[in-house]
Design a protein around this ligand. Structure first.
Ligand code: FA5
Length: 354
């Protein structure tokens, strides 16, 4: 074996693979140096020591050369890769899709903004509600059609430990009937009045649920905005003023509201209201409203009394309204089908993102 030639060969190995080949060729189990080592046993002791020393030096020299070449080849490969992968900052960048608010959020924000300007506070309530707040306390006794199974998602699962419907004071109200997915935001009228004393004005945005066959104008899940104003001298004129103001906020100076009598158990008198849409020259039916029924004030005061609080609603008057948020969006943007709202198709949603 010629050490010089071997070292030169190693120093010129073009690739890591060929270098590995050389390593096997010299130092492998049957490698050239290994074979030379095997001959040592046949030599006289003196000669063996001398040749053994030389072969060990060769071995070290080969190992060093292999290592050095390997390091160089690896460095070379790295440099090449860096060169290939280097960033070309002149390339156009990727466009990251940016998110946006859902059409329902946009409308809700707009509505709430209009009421905030008039001094209303914004409050929210639970989506799983007790039968008591959703129905009984707002004068919707058991025989009322809205309590039919078609209209209401009853929460019939075994509540199990840890699940209780709580009243405004954290007290369990499970004893006051079953649980429902709230069918409207009107239950919040009671929750809020129990905890606060008049005068006040609030709006309550929120999700509501109805066990309904869906169609172009009916969803099983939609949003409402509830309004409630209570004080010593609140009149129907204030209600008309507030809804008309909302119409102007939404549709500009030409915006106006129309009221027609109708029946809701929790208002007296009750109205349904529509808004004039100047662009299309037509009326949009948006929701119900009216003067708070005295039944509610009594139910609230009774509840307060049970909790050791003074009665606070005798001699008070107030008005309330509840409107469909998606309905408003449908009419305002000429959207043909309410089911588009929650199918999550980007092609639809992108048209409205704020
Ligand atoms: C109510 O829910 C009453 N709580 C409103 C109210 C509040 C009246 C305070 C008086 C005082 P109604 O069931 O009509 O009323 O629903 C109100 C609005 O919600 C409707 O005008 C409509 O805009 C919308 N709405 C009702 N059902 C659906 C549905 N399935 N899908 C989409 N929007 C609906």
């Amino acid at each position: 074996m010629n050490l010089e030639a071997a070292l030169e060969e190693i120093g010129k190995a073009p690739t890591l693979e060929s270098l590995q080949g050389l390593k096997v060729q010299y130092l492998g189990k049957n490698g050239l140096l290994t074979q030379e080592m095997k001959t040592l046993g046949r030599l006289a002791p003196e000669e063996r020591r001398e040749k053994g020393r030389v072969l060990n030096e060769w071995k070290e020299a080969l190992e060093k050369a292999l290592e050095a070449r390997e390091a160089w080849l690896r460095e070379q490969a790295l440099q090449e890769r860096l060169l290939q992968e280097s960033l070309d900052v002149s390339l156009p960048g990727y466009a990251f899709p940016s998110g946006g608010l859902h059409i329902t959020s946009l409308i809700l924000q707009e509505l709430v903004g209009i009421f905030r300007k008039q001094g209303f506070s914004v409050v929210e309530g639970p989506e799983v509600e007790s039968e008591f707040f959703n129905f009984d306390a707002i004068n919707m006794p058991e025989w009322h059609p809205a309590r039919d199974m078609q209209d209401t998602f009853w929460v019939t699962f075994d509540p199990g430990p840890g699940f209780t419907i709580r009243g405004p004071f954290g007290e369990s109200v499970n004893s006051l009937g079953g649980a429902v997915l709230r069918t409207h935001t009107s239950g919040m009228q009671i929750r809020y009045m129990i905890q606060h004393t008049p005068p006040f004005r609030i709006v309550v945005p929120g999700r509501v649920f109805r066990y309904e066959q869906t169609d172009a104008s009916h969803e099983a899940m939609f949003h409402q905005l509830e309004g409630l104003v209570v004080g010593p001298d609140i009149t129907m004129a204030d209600l008309k003023g507030a809804i008309s103001e909302l119409a102007r906020g939404l549709f500009g100076e030409e915006g106006k509201a129309r009221f027609q009598p109708t029946y809701f158990p929790f208002v007296e008198p009750g109205v349904q209201f529509a808004m004039w849409w100047p662009e299309r020259q037509k009326w949009l039916e948006l929701g119900g409203a009216g003067m708070v029924h005295p039944y509610l004030f009594k139910a609230v005061d009774d509840y307060r009394e049970q909790q050791g609080l003074p009665r606070a609603y005798e001699g008070m008057t107030g008005w309330a309204f509840g409107m469909g948020v998606e309905r408003l969006a449908l009419l305002r943007y000429g959207i043909p089908d309410i089911r588009y709202f929650y199918q999550n198709r980007l092609s639809f949603l992108r048209q409205f993102r704020g």
